[in-house]
Design a protein around this ligand. Structure first.
Ligand code: GLC
Length: 568
């Protein structure tokens, strides 16, 4: 598609502020050829489910695709061996062009995963780089001599998968740096040729019509140039902005107790100031293609640091804020996350929220204590889709897909295989999309690469489509209603300033022409409240409680356990 046509299609450069995004993990969405692995033609076949222009479909506006580029799949596509092609397992460049065309036809924008902190060790750049010390591409990666007489690694850095960040290469007698697997060597972002090569990659896809990028570990690109060793985790200093002790911290402590030396504060290999420069250069390219957007995977527990990646509206358009992944299921925990973000975000910057992705246990399974996951998932759907900011829905979340507990011999994620049984890795969240209650949930007629999740007879698209009270129907209603409510699309956010019942979280969304109230009951009990918000008609627009009469006008309400309500 020409640049001009794309501009016309996009009608407005900040479409992404009003959009609902959907993340597809291509390996697991739809298999069209029976090899057990999802592919691009399979995705194309299911686009009408995502948005056919009517409320019968889910109604999403954009898709972020996890990587489908040629890759040896050590990290399932996050180890890229060629940035400008499609892995034959997933299809061809022609399939890709058709995918873009079919998405655009339905008003769905296409966002690719830009994984450029590292490449695969099978990328021709790395093959050259490792071939000799004086190869012109040697400096495209980070090579160093070992330390001391015992040839120890250059510093104490650990990779993000809990292992050493350096691997010794016998052939040339030096170590190379890898922030993830040893098959994922880190690029050297101080080398101008690397920057230029990646800029070309970005332009390659923009010229093919894509509308944006999700930037994989964007906070990790540049590292300390002196490669100083990291201090211990507990010396990361006091920071009032940071969340208190999170589950992630707990994982670190447990790993350390197990004798794994991962307990370090990643001071010198994350959030380096030079990374902002790299992002500014990216942004200049994005801006040359009107309507292009970007979102960073910025893992940081300090919202002020995450917020810095917006720059002066000259870096990323959005940044993921991952706090919901570490929240406990209670009103205060979720409220504090939102308030922190609302507080620290620069004025023009735009929030982006998600409950789940391909790296973490699905929300419904995280919050399934006492088998309350299904009710809680309904509440969280209403929460996610009524916040100020762009919501990202992980595939299958809309039908309540759950993580299965996989035995070791079925695990595919190298991280899970390595740390089992302490950690089972990320496969649970990556199982095939459940289309119907037939064999392999209708995902493939072959053997799926991972087994399908539990309870497919109720957790599938075909069944839930027919049921007006299903989670899928709730998602559809929320998404389509959202499109018509200016207060949700562009209104301000404010936690209510009146007293709310225990374990409830209420907020107001307000635009010039509209005011909406969101009531969320996080408790497993009923909660009574009088609506003390002036200027409301009190009409219930949507409730997560199937027995609630929508359209009714109220001045007080008894919220059912885990009920959420949107009120006009
Ligand atoms: C990101 C991805 C994750 C991948 C890692 C290395 O965190 O989300 O799946 O393993 O980067 O690329």
């Amino acid at each position: 598609m020409s640049k001009k046509a794309k501009e016309q299609l996009l009608q407005g450069e900040d479409w992404w502020k009003k959009a609902v995004f959907y993340q597809i993990y291509p390996r697991s969405f739809m298999d069209s050829n029976g090899d057990g692995i999802g592919d691009l033609p399979g995705i194309i076949d299911q686009l009408d489910y995502l948005n056919d222009g009517t409320p019968d479909s889910l109604g999403i506006d954009a898709i972020w695709f996890s990587p489908f580029f040629p890759s040896p799949q050590h990290d399932f596509g996050y180890d890229i061996a060629d940035y400008c092609d499609i892995d034959p397992r997933f299809g061809t460049l022609e399939d890709f062009d058709r995918l873009v065309e079919e998405c655009h036809k339905r008003g769905i924008r296409v966002m690719l995963d830009l994984v450029v902190n590292h490449t695969s060790d099978q990328h021709p750049w790395f093959k050259e780089s490792r071939s000799s010390r004086d190869n012109p591409k040697r400096d495209w990666y980070i090579w160093r001599d070992g330390r001391g007489p015992n040839n120890k690694p250059p510093n104490n850095w650990r990779n993000h998968f809990f292992g050493p960040a350096w691997t010794f290469d016998e052939a040339t007698g030096q170590y190379y740096l890898h922030s993830f697997l040893k098959e994922q060597p880190d690029l050297n972002w101080y080398n101008p040729e690397v920057r230029k090569a990646i800029h070309e990659v970005i332009r390659f896809w923009l010229d093919r019509g894509v509308d944006g990028f999700r930037l994989d570990v964007a906070h990790a690109y540049c590292k300390d140039q002196q490669l100083r060793s990291n201090p211990p985790f507990f010396r990361r200093g006091k920071n009032p902005n940071r969340m208190a002790f999170t589950d992630q911290d707990l994982t670190y402590v447990i790993f350390n107790l197990l004798g794994l030396p991962d307990l370090q504060h990643k001071k010198y290999n994350l959030h380096h100031p030079e990374t902002h420069q790299v992002l500014k250069e990216f942004r200049r390219i994005f801006d040359a293609y009107p309507g292009t957007t970007s979102i960073g995977e910025i893992a940081g527990d300090d919202p002020a640091v995450v917020a810095s990646y917006y720059g002066n509206n000259d870096e990323l358009h959005m940044n993921f804020y991952f706090d919901f992944v570490y929240c406990r299921f209670n009103a205060d925990s979720f409220r504090r996350c939102v308030e922190r973000w609302e507080h620290f975000l620069p004025k023009e910057a735009w929030p982006a929220y998600t409950l789940s992705n391909h790296d973490v246990t699905r929300a419904i399974s995280r919050f399934d204590q006492g088998h309350r996951g299904d009710e809680r998932a309904r509440l969280l759907a209403l929460f996610l889709l009524t916040l100020r900011g762009t919501p990202f829905i992980y595939y299958g979340e809309e039908i309540g897909m759950k993580d299965p507990r996989l035995p070791k011999h079925m695990l595919k994620d190298p991280v899970g295989r390595k740390w089992y049984p302490f950690y089972r890795g990320r496969d649970g969240a990556r199982t095939p999309m459940q289309w119907n209650s037939g064999p392999h949930a209708g995902f493939t007629w072959g053997e799926p690469w991972l087994p399908v999740g539990p309870e497919i007879e109720k957790r599938n698209v075909a069944t839930q489509r027919q049921d007006p009270n299903s989670l899928l129907s709730l998602y559809r209603k929320l998404i389509w209603t959202r499109k018509k409510l200016p207060a949700l699309l562009e209104g301000s956010y404010r936690t209510v300033n009146w007293e709310v019942p225990p374990d409830c979280y209420f907020y107001v969304r307000e635009s010039r022409e509209q005011k909406l109230l969101v009531l969320l009951n996080f408790s497993d009990d009923q909660r009574y409240c009088e609506l003390q918000e002036p200027g409301l008609a009190g009409e219930i627009l949507i409730s997560t409680n199937p027995r609630r009469r929508e359209g009714e006008k109220i001045s007080s309400i008894i919220l059912a356990p885990y009920e959420g309500c949107l009120i006009k």
